[in-house]
Structures are given as C-alpha cells and as structure tokens.
Design a protein around this ligand. Structure first.
Ligand code: KMH
Ligand code: ZN
Length: 273
C-alpha cells in the first residue's frame, strides 16, 4: 500500500480554548501546533487562522504571517489554507486565504451546502463552487474536495465535467457533520469517487480514530487535529495536535503503513508534477 499522508487540521474556525486550552489563536500558538504535528509525522497542515482573541479570519495578511512563520520551522510541509473559513463569511472573504505569496500548493474546495449544527448553515452554492474551482485552476492550486455527504461527490463530479478540475482528483470525506461516521459510510464514499482519485478521511469528534483506522486499512489517507476532535481518547483532552498525529502514526505502524514525508505526499497527490 502507498505511504500514509497525515493532514493536521490544527486550528479550525469553530473550536475554542474553552473546548481545549491548547486550541491555537496567536501566530506563535499556530506555529507551535503546526510544528508539533509536523514533527510527529504530518505532511500537510490544513490551515485556518484567528485573530489573537480567537475570532476566525480569512485576512490575507494574517494567513501570510502564519504561513511564513510555519514555513520557517517546517520548511517542506504542504500548507493547505482553508477556503471554507467560518460559517457566514462571504465568498470574497473566504478566497482571500489563497492570495498569499507564493501561491499555495493546495487549498480546500467545499462541495456543497450543509447543516453545521444548531442554526448554522455552511453555504456553498453551485456558482460558489464553480467560481472557487475556476480560480484555483487558474492559480494552479490543487483543490482538496471537501465532501460531507455523497451528494457533494456528485457536485464535485459536475464541476469536473465543466472542465474546472485537474485529475487525479483528491477528496476529503468529512464524516460525522452531516452524514454519520461509520465504516459503512466510509466504504460507500470510497466507492463513489472516480478510479484513480486519492482520498483522505476524517471522523468528527468521537469517530476520529475509528475513521482514521478505517482509512489506513482501506488505503486512504487521514486527517486529524483540533478542528475535528479535541480528545486523545474518551475523556482525555489532547495536549497538542502532535499527540493526535502520534496516535495515528501508531495506528499506521500497527497496520503496516509507512508515513509519507511532504515530498512523498506531493508525489502521491500529483502536486507540482
Ligand atoms: N469552518 C467550516 C465552516 C474548510 O476548511 O474548507 C468550513 C471548513 C471547511 O472548515
Ligand atoms: Zn477547515
């Protein structure tokens, strides 16, 4: 089996220090978390940024500051800015994370509208998705297709039919937000994408490590971090993103999967080929 790419979603836009005091807000804290994940084996950092008080932002200068600071201590890591941002942000606001220099190698592309808990709706109309895909293609950014249910795979394939995506496609199955997060769900999603695509998976909250183990066994890749889950095990808060990545590395070793370096991840994902 191919080596395992671990993506660390170190910060997110919704979790706070009230949920886990190690959730990073400041640039120093974001760098600390990125480095802990990278040292543990993450080859991709999925990046959101915050103002120092924890408010999520897609401000280009704030992303630039965070990316430059991460790059100084994790020189080869793949940095994947979010274009999802936080619920309620405008499309223009969300796209500002891709205006950093140099242009990011990857960014997320959310492939549909979904219920995000309570009264929150994360809006991604067809026009938004097409426009984001077009801009990413023009800029040479590899989209990670964020799919929260099977219908979003179909939307991604519709975008692909318009010629707005470059093959091989790369999906992230985010399980446990809109659809449930069982191995049956994961197998269904894996069976729904075109042959030759790559995929990673994450299970939100308590499903985190179950889905990670499933992805490792099924030949996919894994995303973990504070954006998705705050715990190392039931009742035990993770002290860092690095601790969560270390746990995935232990699972991967148990099942005989080696861990990809950032350059190996670039090859597996056909980035910069
Ligand atoms: N914070 C969510 C509303 C992404 O990064 O592209 C969107 C999100 C997905 O986190
Ligand atoms: Zn995100």
């Amino acid at each position: 089996m191919e080596k395992l790419i671990i993506t660390a979603c170190i910060c997110g836009a919704e979790v706070t220090k009230e949920h886990n005091p190690a959730v990073p807000y400041t640039i120093e804290e974001i760098v600390r978390e990125a480095k802990s994940a990278y040292d543990a084996g993450a080859s991709i950092i999925h990046l959101h940024v915050r103002w120092d008080d924890g408010t999520p932002t897609q401000d280009t200068a704030r992303f630039q500051e965070a990316i430059d600071a991460i790059r100084a201590v994790c020189p080869d890591v793949i940095i994947q800015p979010s274009t999802g941002g936080a619920v309620g942000m405008t499309d223009l606001e969300r796209l500002a994370s891709t205006d950093v220099v140099p242009t990011p190698e990857m960014a997320t592309l959310d492939c549909g509208t979904l219920n995000f808990g309570g009264d929150d709706i994360f809006v991604n109309t067809d026009n938004t998705i097409m426009n984001f895909a077009k801009i990413m293609k023009e800029k040479g950014i590899k989209p990670e297709l964020e799919v929260f249910d099977k219908g979003m795979v179909d939307i991604a394939l519709k975008v692909d039919r318009k010629g707005l995506l470059v093959h091989p496609l790369h999906f992230d199955f985010v399980l446990g937000v809109q659809m449930t997060a069982t191995l049956r769900d994961l197998a269904f999603m894996v069976g729904s994408i075109p042959p030759g695509s790559t995929w990673t998976a994450c299970g939100i909250g308590r499903y985190n490590y179950e889905i990670a183990a499933g992805a490792i066994i099924m030949g996919g890749h894994v995303r973990v971090g504070f954006e998705d889950s705050l715990y190392l095990e039931k009742g035990v808060l993770a002290k860092s993103n690095g601790e969560m990545v270390e746990k995935v590395v232990r699972l991967a070793k148990f099942f005989g999967r080696e861990i990809a370096t950032p350059d190996e991840a670039r090859k597996i994902l056909s980035i910069g080929q």
